[in-house]
Design a protein around this ligand. Structure first.
Ligand code: ASP
Length: 339
């Protein structure tokens, strides 16, 4: 019989309204199990690891990501797949981070959670949980159908590092605008076979070292030299710059000079767009040509979540800014499309 490891970190799925304070607070996994008797009827064994501290995902951090990745490595040979119960708020960051930390992944790591607690009458948690388990357990010719880090939510399976939380009030909480969904559940569970990544037989490599020396420069018309200079001179090694449209910025010389100085001092700056759909095209407009000339990295169609966590991952891999830039522009785990 196959075996799935459920890793419980917290999130709304496992919360209850405190009768006194009326705020939503995490509960333990036994209380979750009590709400889903269907778990007993599955045709696979369920093993559970509950984190000591059950959290709202706004308290998620890279130390917990390392713990989570270590747990996956420790159980990798014993189970067929993993389901991670996680708050939806930062789920796309965690899924992106784990996609970089787990190189050569050959087993499913499926994140899910819910918008309503599992004890609520209209909850979306049960469907999300049961189908996530089914996907983590799905095989064809003895191989996992989806050997990727994914998010399953509201009948859709997304590549983790392509998705973001776009709605805090609908059950349809996630989208993956620049990459097709990997599976859809309805009467049948249909996998988009051609969009799912498989790699050779190389063993899993775990990268636990993430460096969070990452700054963010989100542009707006009228941003001042003082503000840009402050962000670029912060004690960080990498900067995610959120630009306009196809990767464009002001052409003011003070702005380009500040970017150039930061890059010359050893910082890496990656350009991603504030648009959720489409890709950065450095050099298409006059307003992005100089970015390329001064050495800004092209983030193509990466999500903000993927860009931040990829930067953390790469800064933990090498001290060489040129290598970080090169790898930022390279498709490592299906997180970007080079155009
Ligand atoms: N605040 C919750 C969390 O991210 C929201 C959710 O789970 O949907 O932990």
């Amino acid at each position: 019989m196959s075996q799935i490891l459920i890793i419980y970190t917290g999130g709304t799925i496992g919360m209850m309204t405190d009768p006194v304070t009326k705020v939503l607070k995490p509960i333990n996994f036994e209380q979750i199990m009590d709400n889903v008797p269907e778990l007993e009827k599955l045709n696979c064994k369920i093993k559970v690891h509950s984190f000591d501290e059950i959290i709202d995902s706004s308290n998620m951090n890279p130390q917990i990501w390392s713990e989570m990745a270590g747990l996956i490595e420790a159980n990798y040979d014993d189970v067929d797949g993993f389901v991670i119960l996680h708050g939806s708020d930062t789920m796309a960051f965690t899924a992106s981070a784990l996609s970089f930390m787990l190189e050569n992944l050959a087993k499913p790591v499926i994140f899910t959670g819910s918008q309503l607690p599992i004890s609520a009458i209209r909850t979306d948690a049960k469907e999300n949980l049961m189908t996530a388990i089914e996907i983590a357990n799905a095989k064809k010719n003895g191989h996992a159908r989806v050997p990727e880090v994914c998010i399953y939510f509201d009948y859709k399976l997304f590549r983790g590092n392509r998705s973001f939380k776009y709605n805090s009030s609908k059950f349809e909480a996630f989208r993956s605008p620049n990459y097709p969904i990997l599976a859809e559940s309805g009467v049948h569970l249909r996998f988009s076979v051609n969009d799912i990544r498989h790699h050779g037989d190389e063993p899993l490599i775990l990268h636990k070292n993430l460096v969070n020396d990452v700054g963010v420069l989100k542009l707006y018309p009228g941003i001042s030299p003082k503000v840009v200079a402050n962000i670029l001179s912060a004690d960080v090694r990498g900067i995610v710059m959120e630009t306009f449209g196809a990767g464009n910025t002001t052409t003011d010389s003070w702005f380009i000079d500040l970017l150039k100085n930061a890059i010359d001092s050893g910082k890496v700056i990656v350009d991603i767009s504030q648009c959720k759909v489409g890709t950065v095209e450095l050099g298409r407009y006059e307003t992005s040509k100089q970015l390329k000339d001064v050495g800004v990295a092209n983030g193509y169609d990466m999500t903000y979540e993927a860009a931040v966590t990829k930067m953390m991952y790469l800064l933990g891999q090498t001290d060489d800014p040129a290598e970080v830039k090169h790898l930022l522009e390279t498709d490592l785990r299906g997180e970007l499309t080079v155009s």
